[in-house]
Design a protein around this ligand. Structure first.
Ligand SMILES: [Mn+2]
Length: 269
């Protein structure tokens, strides 16, 4: 249940025409086409093109092992120069429009150093965006997958400050190795599952109700769809990004005072 007192509220500015909402880009050095599409999108995003703010709802990166990776010299893996390029692209975009980031289950170790380097604003687990008659609850969505108890156990331990400081106290090389192992384990866990864990609709509806949200926008499940949340509201699930899928999945959600539209980008080959 969301703590209403802790929920961050953002009020749409009167001059806003539209905002962009994305999640689950899973940016990684091994997927340069997806990164190229994202960077092309960021480059044109500005109030002049009708995008007044950008919300990234988690899993921007496939993995994040600590902000000190940005200072790694020499480069320890293909990821470290890749991450620096991503930071530069975000820093450029945030000179034109506010960029907000909620953390996902892959990049929850993003910290202050990253936010300073990019100029983006970190969001807590739940944010409410107030816009005219709509009140959107924005979240990554992993916390609502309550039936996936193995994941919720991992989530609880990995969000613990002691777990995080123990992890971050290891060398960058060791963290990159551990992260690769954790990803392999997570993939094996997913492959072994006989059912897909979706968000629990009741958990989402409870949280939406507790903050007075009319609609919910989340990612994490990679199952883009508009679901009924209430007689007058929707649960809008964002797509993940993959430029090499057929057809490519490079979709952002355009939200304005009248509602939302899914916009597909073309892959740059
Ligand atoms: Mn996720």
């Amino acid at each position: 249940m969301a703590d209403t007192t802790a929920t961050h509220v953002i009020h749409a500015a009167a001059q806003w025409q539209a905002i962009g909402v994305v999640s689950d880009l899973h940016l990684q050095a091994a997927a340069p086409q997806t990164a190229a599409a994202w960077h092309a999108f960021l480059k044109q995003a500005s109030p002049a093109t009708g995008i007044d703010a950008l919300f990234i709802l988690g899993d921007l990166f496939e993995l994040w092992v600590g902000d000190d990776a940005l200072d790694a010299t020499p480069d320890l893996s293909p990821e470290t120069p890749f991450w620096r390029n991503c930071v530069a692209a975000l820093a450029d975009a945030s000179t034109r429009l506010p960029v907000y980031l909620a953390l996902g289950n892959r990049d929850f170790l993003i910290g202050e150093r990253f936010c300073d380097a990019t100029g983006i604003f970190a969001l807590p687990m739940h944010t409410v965006l107030d816009w005219g008659a709509r009140r959107y609850l924005l979240a990554h969505g992993d916390a609502w997958c309550t039936s996936d108890t193995a994941y919720q156990d991992f989530r609880a331990s990995s969000r613990n400050p002691q777990w995080q400081s123990a992890f971050l106290s290891q060398t960058l090389e060791a963290r990159l190795r551990l992260a690769a192992q954790m990803r392999a384990q997570s993939q094996a866990h997913q492959a072994a599952q006989t059912m897909w864990f979706d968000v629990e609709p009741v958990a989402v509806a409870d949280d939406a109700l507790s903050v007075g949200a009319t609609d919910v926008i989340h990612g994490h499940t990679h199952r883009p769809a508009d679901h009924t949340l209430s007689p007058s509201g929707e649960r809008i699930v964002l797509s993940d990004w993959d430029a090499q899928a057929t057809p490519p999945r490079l979709e952002w959600l355009r939200v304005d005072a009248n509602g939302h539209t899914r916009v597909a980008l073309t892959a740059h080959t």
